[in-house]
Design a binder for this molecule. Sequence first.
Ligand SMILES: Cc1cc2nc3c(=O)[nH]c(=O)nc-3n(C[C@H](O)[C@H](O)[C@H](O)COP(=O)(O)OP(=O)(O)OC[C@H]3O[C@@H](n4cnc5c(N)ncnc54)[C@H](O)[C@@H]3O)c2cc1C
Length: 611
Amino acid sequence: MAVHRPARIPAARRGGAGGGVEHVDVVVVGGGSAGSVVAGRLVEAGASSVLVLEAGGPVHPWDVEVRMPLGMYRAVGDARYDWKYVGEEEPWLFRRRINHPRGKALGGSSAINGMLYQRGHAADYDGWAAMTGDPSWDYSHLVPYFQRVEAATARSAGPTRGRGGAHVLTQDPAAGPLHEAFFAAARQAGHPVSSDPNEVQDGVGRFEKAQSHGRRTTAADAYLTKHLGGQRSGRGRSPLRVQCHALVTRVVVEGGRAVGVRYRVSDGRSAGPEREVRAGEVVLAAGAFATPQLMLLSGIGPRDELEAAGVEVVHHLPGVGRDLQDHLGAFVQHRSSRPVGANGIKGRPQLLSAAARWLALGSGPGASTHIEAGGFLRTTPDALAPDATVFFSSLVWPVAGMPVVEGHGYQLYAYPGRVTSRGSVTLRSTDPAAAPVIRNNYLSTDSDRQAWVRVLRTVRELLSQPAFEPFDGGEVVPGTHVVTDEEILSFVQRTARTGLHPTSTARMGVDDAAVLDPATLGVHGLPGLRVVDASAIPLMPNGNSYAPVMVLAEKAADLISGAAAPAPVRVPEAARAVPGSLPLLPDGRLADVPADAADGPPGVSGGSLAS
Ligand SMILES: Cc1cc2nc3c(=O)[nH]c(=O)nc-3n(C[C@H](O)[C@H](O)[C@H](O)COP(=O)(O)OP(=O)(O)OC[C@H]3O[C@@H](n4cnc5c(N)ncnc54)[C@H](O)[C@@H]3O)c2cc1C
């Protein structure tokens, strides 16, 4: 285990305003998923003043779109809760511009996400340790932190799972004939069916969600709310203060140290005057797009880029905004020959009735996103670990530009788990309210294009098993005319969308492009500033990104408070790939992927498969 230099929480210099400048122990920028964990845990560790500055608003119990799981399909794209970022033209996706939802609310993306909780494979974290040269980021060392996140309620939860952690996790029922067919088909196709895919991430199973009694639980609900009593009632002094509608505009650096931030509090009509807060520690937790943007706005980043944008260089750090990773997801959809799916709830009267039932009883179709089963598949027999993630559902929404599944249907949404394409986040403007420039360069590497073809073939193989025969009304998307590798790739290029997991734009590591010290999550060469959110992740796991962000934030809280690290936990052999065998990228590479890598200029067709 690496030895971490404990960072003592300095005593609060003074609460409240002093000459217009407030002083706190720790200011956390972004009350999202990671920000909620860090702030809540630091209060529990004895910090005497923690200020969370969140650009979005609070989430109320009556915000049905957020609280009701089915409401997710409305919360995403609603400017009250979503930043609604839009990427640049993607050269390998026929120059399509991809929408990038991100939560803008207390709880951040956990207020609009699919609530799916997926730890990721042991080998993913062993990859983090290998990349950073810091064994304390390997899976065994992180399991105790996962346990702090998890209050797993499923009886089938495995022995390394947490039951007393902060987040109640509820296992989906995944019941009914189509789910039964899905599990049977997975077995027929040779994939294991797992009783707890978070214990052993291999094969498919019932999903776990960050929801309780049919309601979404955000990271803020799980980590912050309990510390806000004083602030809410005005009685007593809580060490935690949360300021919503506060857009942080820059990090203040003096004498080579981050000493605070500037921010504006909006009243809904205007942005308000700029204020300053001074802090012993500044923690950036604004997410994989806004954190690098804020660093760049503060003059922390690649010198050339800052100079070109007209920003004074405060700290040259070439990796800021580089190495953007994301999953790229697409659908295979079938018509169902029997009326057994969830499509029956899509009509307006049915949705209203689902909402009414949910409001009255907390149950019924409103209490689910209807993405209740799926898991982790190998797309080649020789894969060391599962290399694709799939999501089964009988609630089938149209895919733009493709034929629509009429009546009932079922689908697998899928993505290759470990991608080698790298993108970037850069400044569009020095206005902190302007969205940054997001370039993903999806499918820009040959290995990613090959991986997608394998994923689609694997998904089709699963859906064509005998278990689905009683229901199969034919493949609608992409359609049986899509056969060759080139046709499959073209379908993906035309229809794929973000997997919603941007990471690594200020990643930890010890190489020249690394931004954070893995031992502290402090910014290399700039004391007083840390990054704790999806930006810090060195390599995106095969699986969704919420649990990885939460585990990173749990560990970060220990690093900041100086608490001793918990002892590593022995991991079941079945959870490992081949013990000690790394790396796991499809082409065998781990860390040598150049930023913005592309195998060559895309042709008119938008790209090709190397032979
Ligand atoms: C629609 C959607 C569905 C998803 N589904 C799943 C899923 O089912 N399972 C899963 O594992 N993952 C899912 N994800 C991904 C997962 O939710 C994210 O990876 C994770 O929540 C990111 O956490 P974070 O702390 O890095 O950022 P966030 O949780 O996004 O938090 C960042 C916070 O910073 C705030 N902020 C930004 N800029 C500023 C500023 N300048 N000043 C002040 N505050 C600022 C934001 O408003 C936000 O609250 C989904 C994501 C989305 C968007």
